[in-house]
Design a protein around this ligand. Structure first.
Ligand code: 5GP
Length: 114
C-alpha cells in the first residue's frame, strides 16, 4: 500500500522502465506484467484514487487515455485491440494509491475480469 511509490518514479528516485512521457503523464512498464504489453499510465499530479478526482483534476484521466491510445498506435496494437483498467480501492485490488491506468495488450483478454 503506497501513496508515494509512483511519485518516486516520477522524480526518478526509483528506477522504472519509462516508455512514454508528456508534460502531464508518465508511462512505464508494470513490474509484474500481466500481458506482453503492460504499461501503467499515471498523472504527474498526485491523485490518490478515482474517488478523489475533482472537476479540476478530471481532465488528467483524459490525458491518461490519450497517452494509452497514442502508445497503442506506436506499438502497432491499436487495431488488434487492448484493454485499459483503473482499479479503485480494496475490492478492486488497488495497491498503489496514485491513480494509474493499466494498459494491457498483446494477448486475447477474457471477460468478465477476475
Ligand atoms: P493496482 O493493483 O494498484 O491497480 O496496480 C498497481 C500496479 O503497480 C501493479 O500491477 C504492480 O505490479 C505495479 N507495481 C508495484 N510496484 C511497482 C514498482 O516498483 N515498479 C513498477 N514498474 N510497477 C510496480
Amino acid at each position: 500500500m503506497s501513496d508515494t511509490l509512483f511519485l518516486d518514479i516520477i522524480d526518478r528516485k526509483i528506477p522504472a522502465d519509462i516508455v512514454y512521457e508528456t508534460d502531464q503523464v508518465l508511462g512505464f512498464k508494470d513490474i509484474n506484467a500481466q500481458a506482453p504489453h503492460h504499461v501503467l499510465f499515471i498523472p504527474k499530479q498526485h491523485v490518490r484514487t478515482i474517488n478523489d478526482l475533482t472537476p479540476a483534476t478530471a481532465g488528467l484521466v483524459g490525458e491518461l487515455f490519450l497517452a494509452a491510445a497514442d502508445y497503442a498506435k506506436q506499438q502497432g496494437v491499436a487495431e488488434d485491440g487492448y484493454r485499459v483498467v483503473m482499479n479503485c480501492n480494496a475490492l478492486a485490488g488497488q495497491t498503489v494509491f496514485h491513480i494509474h491506468l493499466h494498459f494491457l495488450a498483446g494477448r486475447a483478454m477474457t471477460w468478465p475480469p477476475g
